[in-house]
Write a protein that binds this ligand. Structure first.
Ligand code: SF4
Length: 441
């Protein structure tokens, strides 16, 4: 049987797209290859948010080239870099067979047959957002499924390329989403992650207010689905009704990823984030009032053009006030085509690096303290898999999304996977928890 391998870079939207491509390929009779050098079709699903995206893609396809010379592999590049660079990629790597954008995934079968019959590279890069997912082709993705509910973004943060490569916000029909959730529940999925660049504005493009809360309420009624999560939320669009949903929708997990990006009002304005640090802190306060155990995670950019010592102090201050459960922090680097790429007042590299280190050290100690505070607590964990590292252990997540390694000495079968079990936290580690089953051994 012929097989495929998909390399995925970037966000959970890309992971969802890759999972969908895998379903399409399996429905065509292909199987997943154990590794790159065994595959007949190799796809790289790219992301252009981070620095050197194109270089990373070219380095990956360069690795594939020797395999291509040995056998007849089809090599495809898709996602945001494909959309952004298009045919230019062929100038640097003429052995690529397919280049297609994020909204062309549904056409994968057709693209493959065109590559085979034309024997020349095929390019498909239309702009329009499309949600034509063949939901019936979806295969079991594991305990958790990523479900795209909208595409694109209207926000134009000054550093971000997404609105240029993914276009404006387009929400998927609620009925289609619910159909997909029900189908996944039947396949055995227990947790859904609703995805969009800014899920808080779901359905606003159709003029529906609070459409996202209404969607979560409906998903929570789907039999078999035990947990609901979502990402990402723009703080300015986090409404009181969504905050309140954490208080009454039992299946909505107590975790929110709320990218703050900076604690300085001056920098937030330069970033075009359209909220102030005070507004952000107020939303955090409300979230904790409605759901005291909520875990709040964030993204931060340090060294944005114009960020001075005082601005960075403001970020540290906000950090300490919020006490984030974890954070992804990055040094600013310009993305061609964005407003920030033309900004002056560049922060020197060594200052960026030192600010990043300060922030990351602070976060490490906050995360560790928070994990320690969970010791001896009993928490419900959704078991996702057997541990790859330790025999006799399973891996799952707490409601607040902490990775938990569970010692289960006497569990022989894999029946545990997909179950929500109560565990006692034995140890809070730097990035995870160690636990044991409450009932059983
Ligand atoms: S909200 Fe801002 S950072 Fe997020 S995708 Fe939209 S433009 Fe990019």
């Amino acid at each position: 049987m012929e097989s495929f391998y998909i390399e995925t870079y970037g966000c959970q939207m890309n992971e969802a797209d890759s999972e969908y491509m895998a379903s399409i390929l399996m429905s065509l009779g292909f199987e997943r290859a154990e590794n790159l050098n065994k595959a007949d079709i190799i796809l790289v699903n790219t992301c252009s948010i981070r620095e050197k995206a194109e270089k990373k893609v070219l380095s990956f396809v360069g690795r594939v080239r020797p395999f291509k010379e040995q056998k007849n592999i089809i090599l495809g590049v898709c996602g945001c870099v494909a959309k952004q660079e298009g045919e230019k990629l062929l100038g640097k790597a003429p052995y690529i067979d397919m280049i297609f954008g994020p909204y062309q995934i549904n056409k994968l079968p057709e693209l493959l047959s065109r590559v085979k019959s034309l024997k020349k590279p095929v390019i498909a890069l239309d702009d329009e957002a499309c949600f034509q997912r063949d939901v019936n082709a979806l295969v079991y993705p594991g305990v958790r499924a990523f479900i795209p509910i909208m595409q694109g973004c209207n926000n134009f943060c000054s550093y971000c390329i997404v609105p240029y490569v993914r276009g404006r916000e387009v929400s998927r029909e609620e009925e289609e989403i619910l159909y997909e959730v029900k189908r996944l529940a039947k396949l055995g999925v227990k947790e859904v992650m609703l995805l969009g660049q800014n899920v808080n504005s779901y359905a606003l493009d159709r003029g529906v207010k609070d459409g996202f809360v209404s969607l979560i309420e409906k998903v929570s009624k789907v039999e078999g689905i035990e947990r609901i999560r979502f990402t990402t939320s723009h703080p300015k669009d986090l409404t009181d009704s969504l905050i309140n949903a954490f208080g009454y929708i039992d299946k909505l997990c107590p975790h929110i990823h709320l990218p703050v990006q900076s604690g300085s009002n001056k920098v937030l304005s330069l970033m075009n984030r359209r909220y102030s640090r005070e507004e952000y802190l107020e939303k955090v306060y409300k979230l904790r009032k409605v759901c005291p155990e909520i875990s709040i995670t964030t993204d931060i950019i340090v060294g944005f053009p114009g960020e001075d010592d005082r601005d960075f102090e403001d970020t540290l201050d906000l950090y300490k006030q919020v006490n984030f459960d974890s954070a992804f922090s990055f040094k600013f680097s310009p993305r061609p085509g964005t407003k920030a790429s033309n900004m002056t007042n560049i922060v020197p590299e060594e200052i960026k690096q030192s600010r990043l280190e300060i922030l990351q050290e602070l976060q490490k100690s906050i995360t560790y303290d928070k994990n320690k505070m969970l010791e001896n607590k009993i928490l419900p964990v959704l078991i996702e898999s057997k541990s790859k590292k330790n025999e006799g252990e399973f891996v799952g997540r707490t409601p607040c999304f902490r990775v938990t390694n569970i010692i289960c000495n006497n569990v022989k079968s894999l029946d545990m996977i997909g179950q929500i079990v109560d565990v006692k936290i034995l140890k809070g580690l730097k990035n995870s928890l160690k636990a044991q089953l409450v009932n059983g051994d």
